[in-house]
Design a protein around this ligand. Structure first.
Ligand code: PHE
Length: 339
C-alpha cells in the first residue's frame, strides 16, 4: 500500500490543467468520494493494525498535498481567465482629458471678481433687443448719426427686432426695475455688422458698468477704473482719460492704459505711443436718467464699457481676435486658470 501512496504523491506533484474544467476533473479524479485518494482511505481500513500508524501518516500527507495542488491549479486558472477576458483588475483607470475654460470666460470672471470687490453686482439681459433699449432710452434720437456708428443687425422684417450692439441695453433694463443706489456690471455677447479681421469681429463680448447714487462724481469714475486697471494688468499700470463722445454720457472719455508689453516705452502693440485704449466711459447723461424715471437733480452716475476680447488680447498678447471663435483646442488648452 505504501508503494501505491508514494506513486500517487509523485503523480499529484506533476499535475497540470489548461482550464478550470480540467481542474474540476482532477478534483473528481483524486478527491471526490470515488476518487483515488478516497479509495486509499477505504483500503486503509483493511490493513493490519501495526501498519496503520506509518501508512496513516503518509496517507494524510498525500491528501493535503492533493488538496493544495488542486487549489493552486484553480487559482492559476482564475487569474488566467481574467487576463483572457481582457480585464486587469489592478490596472489604473482611464484618465479623462480635462477641458479648460475659454480665455474669454476666464477674463470675464476675473473682471466680475474685481468689480465684485467694489460692491458691483452682475446683471444680464437678452441678446435680441428692441430699439428702445439699445438706442432711444440711451439718448440716441431717431435718425441720429451715432446709430450708424453701431452697425446694427436687423434680424426681422420688423425694424424693431435687433441684435444688441452693446450691453448698455441691460443698463436700461436694470434702471427700469430699480431705483438708485444702483451698482452693477453687465457682461454679455454683442453683435455689430463689421467685416471680420484680425482686430474686429461681428460677434464679441462686453462688460459694461453702471453706478448711480447721490454725489457720484467723475473722480469716483476715475478711481474705480484705476483700481480695475491695476488689478487686471498689474500694480504699475497707469491710466489716461481722453475726451470722447457717447450719446448716453456727458462728459465722455476713452481710457488708455500704459502699454502692457513695453510698459510705456513704445512698441508694436501700442504703435509706439506707449498707450493702448481699453474702454469708453463717462457721466450718465441726465437725459438717460430722466427717460428711465430717475431724478437727475437728485442722482448722478457713471458708466463704462469694455470689450472682453480686447482686454484678453492685451493680457495674453494674442494677435488675432478670430482665434477666440475658431475652437482650436491647441489654442484653447493653453489657458488654465483658477477663474
Ligand atoms: N456702450 C459703449 C460701446 O459699446 C461703451 C460705453 C459704455 C461708453 C458706457 C460709455 C459708457 O461702445
Amino acid at each position: 500500500m505504501l508503494d501505491k501512496i508514494n506513486k500517487l504523491v509523485e503523480e499529484v506533484k506533476e499535475l497540470s490543467a489548461a482550464s478550470a474544467e480540467e481542474v474540476e476533473q482532477l478534483r473528481i479524479k483524486y478527491l471526490s468520494k470515488k476518487g483515488s485518494v478516497s479509495q486509499l482511505f477505504e483500503e486503509f481500513k483493511t490493513i493490519a493494525n501495526e501498519q496503520k500508524r506509518e501508512v496513516g501518516k503518509v496517507l494524510n500527507v498525500l491528501k493535503t498535498q492533493a488538496q493544495e495542488k488542486i487549489n493552486e491549479l484553480r487559482e492559476a486558472q482564475s487569474s488566467t481567465d481574467q487576463s483572457a477576458s481582457g480585464m486587469d483588475l489592478s490596472a489604473p483607470g482611464t484618465v479623462l482629458p480635462m477641458g479648460s475654460r475659454h480665455p474669454l470666460s476666464i477674463v470675464k470672471n476675473e473682471i466680475v471678481d474685481i468689480f465684485a470687490r467694489l460692491g458691483f453686482n452682475v446683471a444680464v439681459g437678452p441678446e435680441i433687443e428692441d430699439d428702445h433699449h439699445v438706442f432711444t432710452a440711451l439718448n440716441f434720437p431717431p435718425e441720429h448719426p451715432a446709430r450708424d456708428m453701431q452697425d446694427t443687425f436687423f434680424i426681422a422684417t420688423n425694424p424693431d427686432v435687433i441684435l444688441r450692439t452693446h450691453t448698455s441695453s441691460v443698463q436700461v433694463r436694470f434702471m427700469e426695475k430699480q431705483q438708485p443706489p444702483l451698482r452693477a456690471i453687465f457682461p454679455g455677447r454683442v453683435f455689430r455688422n463689421e467685416a471680420i479681421s484680425a482686430r474686429a469681429h461681428c460677434i464679441f463680448h462686453q462688460v459694461e458698468g453702471l453706478y448711480i447714487d447721490k454725489n457720484v462724481s467723475f473722480a469716483d469714475l476715475k478711481q474705480t477704473l484705476l483700481y480695475f486697471a491695476k488689478e487686471m494688468f498689474g500694480e504699475e499700470t497707469k491710466i489716461r482719460l481722453r475726451p470722447s463722445y457717447f450719446p448716453f454720457t456727458e462728459p465722455s472719455a476713452e481710457m488708455d492704459i500704459s502699454c502692457t508689453l513695453c510698459g510705456g516705452k513704445g512698441c508694436n502693440v501700442c504703435k509706439h505711443t506707449g498707450w493702448v485704449e481699453i474702454l469708453g466711459c463717462g457721466m450718465v447723461d441726465p437725459n438717460v436718467l430722466e427717460s428711465n424715471n430717475i431724478n437727475s437733480e437728485e442722482y448722478t452716475g457713471f458708466a463704462f464699457g469694455m470689450g472682453i476680447e480686447r482686454i484678453t488680447m492685451l493680457k495674453y498678447q494674442i494677435k488675432d481676435i478670430r482665434l477666440f471663435f475658431e475652437n482650436d483646442v491647441r489654442f484653447l488648452k493653453q489657458f488654465e486658470s483658477a477663474y
